[in-house]
Design a protein around this ligand. Sequence first.
Ligand code: CP
Ligand code: NVA
Length: 308
Amino acid sequence: MVMHFLSVWDFTRDEIYKIVSLTENIKDGSIDVKGVLEGKIMGMIFEKPSTRTRVSFEVAMKQLGGDAIYLPTSSLQVSRGESIKDTAKVLSRYLDILMARVYRHETLVELARYSDIPVINGLSDLEHPVQIISDFYTIYEHFGRLYGLKISYIGDSDNNVARSLAIGCAQLGLELSIASPEKYSISREFLDEIFEKVPGSEKLIKVYEDPYEAVRDADVIYTDTFVSMGMESEAEERLKTFLPRYQVTMDLLRSTGKDTVFMHCLPAHRGHEVTDEVIDSEYSIVYDQAENRLHTQKTIILYLMGYL
Ligand code: CP
Ligand code: NVA
């Protein structure tokens, strides 16, 4: 059976812990993975721009001894109407693993359905699972544990990053407090699905409108853009709704009553969801977070390909 990674749900709680722990070993070199993927090639389909996801996957493949091919959809025949089914079937004959960043999550599901090789979600409108698994590693690296920590997500929680974070926190039993304007809050149906799948998680995930209430006792404050890729036409209205209340400021960070760290998946829109002062402060771990994408991608690739 081919294993895909389209959603945080695709990994069990034990698998997430395993990926986090293996990433620690891969990063510190105690598991030597150099060259293990010699001759193996990843295809990287991109419908949207990317800095971290593209470069970390490509570098990961090269450092593992393999290679990667960048496939922007504008250069593929899908842009002229070739079906996802035929694309998946053909690419499966050339490649060993596929990663895709798409607008519609359904495109990934379709790719995976017809693909004989693992398919990884490199971000869709629904989820950003590789980001969140990597972020759990970063949190573990910083605090030396995951259990018992409280994460607070401020901003647009009706987006891919927040949804993957919510699933992950439920799976791992971490407290998650979310603060968003009502219009851009994670949907009730999405939360109900989590609460149904993970009994007890309704006690862990709380939704607020007031950021100050949400960040109380938080170990981590996490935010993301107010205007995700594909939402550019809504930018003006969104900024009006989010600002200034949902900006992560030094005052918000200091109000937690703890040594709280700041995280952001990046790219950041400085002056919108976060101030320069916060992202450039000693509390910010955003560059460790970005670096760890590379180490975690290696673990995810090797795990899905059956090497770990
Ligand atoms: N965080 C993240 O996925 O960044 P990119 O859009 O640069 O890949
Ligand atoms: N929510 C953002 C994440 C970028 C990595 C977006 O979809 O644009």
